[in-house]
Design a protein around this ligand. Sequence first.
Ligand code: GLA
Ligand code: GLA
Length: 655
Amino acid sequence: MKHVRMPVPGVSLGCDYNPEQWSPDVWREDVALMRQAGVDLVAVNIFGWSNLEPSPGEYRFDDLDEVVELLHAGGIKLNLGTGTSSPPPWLTTLHPEVLPVAADGTTRFPGGRQAWCPSSPVFRERALDLVGRVARRYGDHPALALWHVSNELGCHNALCYCETSAEAFRNWLRGRYRKIETLNAAWGTSFWSQRYGDWSEIQPPRLALSLRNPAQIVDFHRFSSDELLGHYRAEAAVLREHSEAPVTTNFMVTAHIRNLDYWSWAPEMDVIANDHYLDHRLGDPVAELSFAADLTRGLAGGRPWMLMEQAAGAVNWQPHNLTKAPGEMIRNSLTHVARGADSVCFFQWRASAQGAEKFHSALLPHAGTDTLAWREVLRLSGILDRIGEVAGTEVEADTALLFSWDSWWSAEGEARPSQAVTYLDQVHAAHRALRELGATTDVIAPGADLSRYRLVVVPCLYMVSDTDAQAIADYVAGGGRVVVTFFSGIVDERDRIRLGGYPGAFRDLLGVVAEEFAPLLPGMSVSLSNGGTGTLWTERLRVTTATVEAEYLDGPMPGIPAITRNQYGDGLAWYVATKTDLSDLLRTITGARQTGQAEIVRRTGDGRGYLFVINHGTDPVECPATGHDLITGQAVDGLLRVEGGGVAVVREEAP
Ligand code: GLA
Ligand code: GLA
């Protein structure tokens, strides 16, 4: 495993800082307040381009120089942006061809941010020129702790359908398939007269009159992710020519962004950094936070990672932007730390007075320091200082969940058995059930080594390669236990159905075969013989070698198996063919006990162990622990009690 290069020792506190929005007297006040708040690391120059290069080839570094020196004098480390995330208006005026084009062929104009085509050579050249200048100027500055490439690459501009992108897509396809006939076979172009005679005939999947080719769409996702990764690589290469500092960019492992396959990005980062915002459009935003943190840790290969952005209070971009209750920001921050973050950063330092984010919260709110929000920041800062020794330890997990962007893209094709079945919902449901049982779960890539897990959950792994399916089967044959949920194993990497009955790739492992899918209408449910209910989905399933654990009592498939169990080699494989509460099944398999709303997670390393208990609920929770609570400094003698809304981090000692 690659060594992680954490920018600051301990568990650091950081934020984005946009001094361009303020006058120099405010900068001084900012640094003084940052010191008061114990801010360790500050991201600057994230949207700096139009200030650094106000007109083509004219550079002005005075302001950034001054900010850098002020921060340095304040003992604050730099998470320095390359400044390229949004092109200045002069660039898109001189070169309108840089602007991204949507699937319907219409241009997306400047006036917001990220208005650039990922494949644009003009954008790349101008951006790398700026990166070179920034890198030469600050590359060996003593305050520089980390390079922050661009910002949330692909947040808005991941999929571009312009002519330049079309040509880049063709080149990417040539690299992947070599021969046009191989592409035709992979995309199944005999269907609907889509056969290509030459690469030049291929288009990105622009809007069409009818359903589009699903294999083409999946490849366009892969291409688009690779294009932006290519941009990251190009900026990182320039930085590394001039600087020894670690390089990263902020990922968006979150519910509403799905365009980047971060499994392929992760190995290129010196440290994994994620941005996470609570999404109140989801049923259980904190469960999603835990999932995102576990997936971020998976991307980090189990090593510590950085929370690069979160909100101190409300965001501004959801329909209803809820604030955080007292203590909530601290619980959320510690949930990230419990799950492997060694750095807790925020967007942003000072709430903007102008611009599209003027209603977004910040560490320093519009109302200033005589506020609950500011006092919470000071409290968090104190806690992070007291738990600093946790840094470098790793999260203990004995359960794994397989996650795949390929499956996310392909399972949600335009035409599928049920529009109500969405990939992330299935994944979240499985993760939530494990979390509620108190199991800490590593979220890892299909194909990863499974040997150390007691249980592996495979939710909706619609697209799976032969090799990855074999890795799961080998794990079970060797004594492992796996739970597979419906709409898994259906297609290979080309989105081609695995013939012979569902769930294709997992038929032998699970000892079942399904003849047809029978999704349920929204609102409809079926009764199961184990007392549970099913929604969304059923199948005409029969067992080959498996035993039936539950069958449908009614609905379209009465008497047909709904949950099965198969002995496979030395292990066991369960199949869940409907959407049902997985808790009972998982409790039986893991023997875990319910912990309700508390997050109980352990980090260990170098012979040390730390127990995190984060009580998101209102009732107190108790759990066995012996040692010292680092937050209160108090001894814990066998039983730890954490009040509703409270947090504890116990350095464990042998009882
Ligand atoms: C993203 C961006 C920030 C800011 C926040 C607002 O994470 O990186 O620049 O826009 O969202 O939530
Ligand atoms: C988009 C992103 C959010 C946030 C906002 C910023 O909506 O998805 O994460 O960055 O932009 O305003």
